[in-house]
Design a protein around this ligand. Structure first.
Ligand code: NAP
Length: 545
């Protein structure tokens, strides 16, 4: 019986080189890998050996006879991939792991600073620390007292399998040669120049934390938030823990049809009993317990065939009451057809509904007493693939609007910035001067600050490999400056600037504390959301321990 790749596929392709018959595609070297939504197992080639199950960092691969009911569609989704003529005739020769594209002339010691501790940062650190024949030290700087960036603060709390990729990052975190500096902000406690005094190179993996703007009147009214704020709030991000959202209304409107839009719509439509089995922050559970929301309208400015969400995330709505305008569902593409199937399911009395409205753009958020009262929406036509507004305008009463239209990077002090893309300008991860396009010595980028906010967790593995490849080539060719200061000076400086910084053992203490609290409440974890409590637990000064 074949194995099947399911929803939590992170696409980091750890499964590919362990497959003895090369039945998992697209591989990183095949066209379609960069843009593909997930990986797929060819049921006609799979020999059911389970090697991929062990290699998968997020438990996404399951034997077809073991599929949960909600994951059954993935058997067809995997098989359908190989029905496409362009996906046939793959070689069955195993892919060789760990190709090393060039020999190092210089073997170290090399000292690299990585700014950020999300997936992009951790894949870069892993790539450096596992490079054969290289003596390397990697210092990871994280402004918060807790690691893993968007895996902790972005991935939805009901996607615990996706979050299990942190086991991979924890392995990297424990490697010899890796030094964590939690609670240390670059730009506040240390400058970019100071990093370069202590390291041959700096890799920025700072993500894309700024929200894109809709640019319609009323966008910033009370009751209108970016979906990213809502996500950070329910995931217990300390900077967002004090926010409040209006759940005392019948309808919420989500703008955009990306995976973040689906996450927030699903969370708003979920039963509280389901959410309490997750690691959602306590304050969010408490607030959502009393939610009056009955309907979540998701607005897509184009058609369902253009929706930015992935098919695997749409499959996650199978257990929800979903509705849409049926005549919008004529396109034969898999996402539209799956939506049609989900929307046709019988509805349950009293359950919250998720309603997709395609070809619909917000014109204005309408105010009442300083708060959002409704969204005025125009119906679009598609002209040569672009949206063109019609005269058809309607109003959706609502008291909560979540704008889920993507992110941008934030400029970093002393570094160039591409204002259009919201990224560090770079060529293959080498940050370049905006005017001359010349690489800045020792400065690299990876992840969303390098390529913009696209892809899934594992996309950052290939992205990090490219940046590290550039860095090592520069090191090998003598293009990096030798740091003028050593580790004792660095430790002294950090101790002076941020006395409450700490290393990996501090995070392990927080992790153990949260896991224990979670076990007591039969939940995967109960997150700390207050920075000073986190620091107390990390440094062993917490009175309740
Ligand atoms: P996204 O995938 O870029 O989607 C943005 C959405 O906003 C699109 O539907 C876009 O429509 C729409 N939009 C943009 N500007 C708009 C405007 N002015 N008016 C109306 N709609 C507008 O962004 P995201 O959902 O934030 O996701 C970011 C990345 O994280 C993606 O790669 C996503 O796959 C990933 N992610 C993955 C998961 C997962 O794997 N489970 C979960 C969350 C996020 P158009 O298509 O028409 O531009």
């Amino acid at each position: 019986m074949p194995h099947v790749v399911t929803q939590s596929c992170c696409k980091d392709a750890s499964c590919v080189p362990v497959c003895p018959v090369n039945c998992i595609h697209p591989t990183p070297d095949e066209s379609g890998f960069a843009t593909g939504e997930m990986l797929y197992i060819d049921p006609d080639v799979c020999i059911d050996c389970s090697a991929c199950v062990t290699a998968c960092p997020v438990s996404a691969i399951v034997a077809d006879y073991d599929l949960e009911v909600a994951d059954l569609p993935f058997a067809d989704i995997n098989a359908a991939y190989y029905e496409e003529p362009s996906h046939q005739g793959y070689s069955t020769t195993p892919v060789v792991a760990n190709k090393r594209r060039f020999e190092l002339h210089e073997r170290g010691p090399l000292r690299v600073a990585v700014v950020g501790s999300g997936p992009a940062a951790m894949y870069a650190a892993e790539e450096l620390l596992t490079r054969r024949g290289l003596e390397v030290e990697v210092d990871v700087y994280e402004r918060l007292p807790v690691p893993w960036g968007l895996v902790r603060f972005g991935v939805a709390p009901d996607h615990q399998l996706t979050k299990s990729v942190t086991k991979l990052f924890a392995k990297t975190g424990s490697r010899r040669g890796l030094f964590f500096h939690f609670n240390v902000e670059i730009g506040t406690h240390l400058t970019h120049d100071e990093l370069l005094e202590h390291h041959h190179a700096v890799i920025y993996a700072t993500g894309a934390p700024r929200d894109r703007r809709l640019g319609v009147p009323g966008e910033l009214l009370e009751g209108s938030h970016s979906a990213n704020e809502f996500v950070a709030w329910y995931n217990g991000h300390p900077d967002f823990a004090d926010m409040s959202f209006n759940f005392g209304v019948e309808r919420a409107v989500v703008v955009g049809t990306g995976n973040v839009a689906l996450d927030v719509a699903r969370v708003l439509a979920s039963d509280i009993d389901y959410l309490t089995t997750t690691d959602m922050a306590d304050h969010a559970l408490e607030a959502l317990r009393y939610s009056q929301i009955r309907e979540v309208v998701v607005l897509g400015r184009r058609g369902p065939e253009h929706a930015a969400y992935t098919l695997s995330e749409l499959v996650g709505l199978t257990n929800y009451d979903v509705a849409t305008v049926p005549d919008a569902l004529s396109s034969p593409d898999p996402k539209t057809q799956f939506l049609k199937q989900v929307a046709a399911q019988p509805k349950s009395e009293g359950r919250r509904r998720i309603v997709f409205r395609f070809l619909s753009s917000p014109l204005e958020l309408v105010e009442h007493s300083g708060r959002v009262r409704a969204v005025r929406v125009v119906r679009n036509e598609l002209v040569d693939g672009d949206t063109s507004p019609t005269d058809d305008v309607e109003e959706f009463d609502c008291g909560l609007v979540l704008r889920s239209i993507g992110n941008r990077g934030i400029p970093l002090s002393g570094l160039p910035f591409d204002q259009v893309l919201g990224t560090l300008p770079n060529v293959a991860g080498r940050v370049v001067d905006s005017a001359t396009a010349e690489p800045l010595v020792g400065v690299y980028a990876t992840g969303w600050i390098k390529r913009g906010p696209s892809g899934v967790i594992g996309t950052n593995k290939q992205c990090a490999q490219e940046s590290v490849e550039s860095l090592l080539a520069d090191f090998s060719n003598g293009k990096l400056r030798v740091p003028s200061q050593g580790r004792p000076h660095l430790d002294e400086l950090i101790g002076l600037r941020q006395p409450s910084s700490f290393g990996y053992s501090g995070w392990k203490a927080i992790d153990a504390y949260e896991l224990k609290a979670g076990r007591e409440g039969r939940r995967p974890r109960r997150k700390l959301v207050d920075v000073s409590t986190m620091v107390d637990v990390a440094l062993g000064t917490c009175p309740t321990r």
